[in-house]
Design a protein around this ligand. Structure first.
Ligand SMILES: CC(C)(COP(=O)(O)OP(=O)(O)OC[C@H]1O[C@@H](n2cnc3c(N)ncnc32)[C@H](O)[C@@H]1OP(=O)(O)O)[C@@H](O)C(=O)NCCC(=O)NCCS
Length: 220
């Protein structure tokens, strides 16, 4: 069974171990570099700060009790636009719908905080991630993001419009192809009683420079 859980800043050791695994195993996918979070960059207060970005929502997924994935939603400087960053599923968790659950959790949070658009940046050539995002109704905006740490590839900005969903809307009415099932129908369990809105409450605008791990290409 796969479960997702919203973290607080006290959970930083768990976030740290997944994030370091992500940057080690899939450096091609992220704007941040492993080196940015090692040595002097690897400090408890920095990890705590990362989880305490005002208005953010940080989710970890576990499969059969083993942490296997992570994702965050963060505010942007546009009040009705939020961004998905730090999406990662460890190789042992891939192909099991873990990415689907993480995306659903962040999308649910985005709707709860009143966002109308969920954006993300994906590196050129990251086809597994693109396939996942496409399936969830994200489309190419044509915008280019930052340069990746390899200095060669660029990020591409994808976005999904979050329309209000009525009780009679068929699955996929918001642009997804049906991957967005009812909350909880897939075994998802939430640690917060009121959905996935974390303790920080509504998002407040955060510039890219406020993101602790924003590298040349941000912290996707
Ligand atoms: C992208 C990622 C989050 C997908 O997670 P997941 O839970 O495996 O998601 P899915 O099972 O929906 O798989 C997504 C796609 O990846 C492919 N995939 C699944 N398992 C895979 C595996 N073990 N190896 C390679 N690709 C795989 C599938 O083809 C799927 O595409 P499809 O929908 O056309 O079948 C995960 O592969 C990952 O963390 N990759 C490295 C980090 C990364 O790219 N993060 C995203 C940054 S924008």
């Amino acid at each position: 069974m796969t479960e997702t859980r919203v973290l607080t800043e006290h959970d930083w050791p768990l976030w740290r171990s997944l994030r370091l695994a992500a940057l080690t195993e899939a450096p091609h996918a992220f704007g941040a570099r492993l080196a940015d979070w090692q040595g002097d960059g690897d400090r408890p207060e920095r990890w705590r700060g990362r989880l305490a970005i005002p208005g953010s929502c940080n989710v970890v997924a576990s499969h059969d009790g083993q942490p296997v994935g992570m994702a965050s939603g963060i505010p942007t400087d546009q009040h009705d636009v939020v961004e998905l960053i730090s999406m990662y599923v460890a190789p042992s968790g891939r192909g099991r719908g873990v990415g689907d659950q993480l995306l659903r959790a962040v999308e649910q949070w985005a709707r709860q905080v009143g966002a109308r658009t969920l954006r993300l940046a994906v590196a050129e050539g990251n086809e597994p991630a693109r396939a996942l995002y496409r399936r969830h109704g994200f489309h190419e905006t044509g915008e280019l993001g930052g340069l990746m740490p390899d200095g060669l590839r660029r990020e591409h900005i994808l976005a999904k419009r979050l329309t209000a969903q009525g009780v009679c809307d068929p699955p996929g009415a918001d642009g997804a192809d049906g991957a967005d099932g009812a909350d909880g129908a897939d075994g998802t369990e939430w640690t917060t009683g009121a959905g996935v809105v974390p303790r920080h409450g509504r998002p407040t605008p955060a510039s890219r420079s406020e993101r602790p791990s924003a590298g040349p290409g941000g912290d996707t």
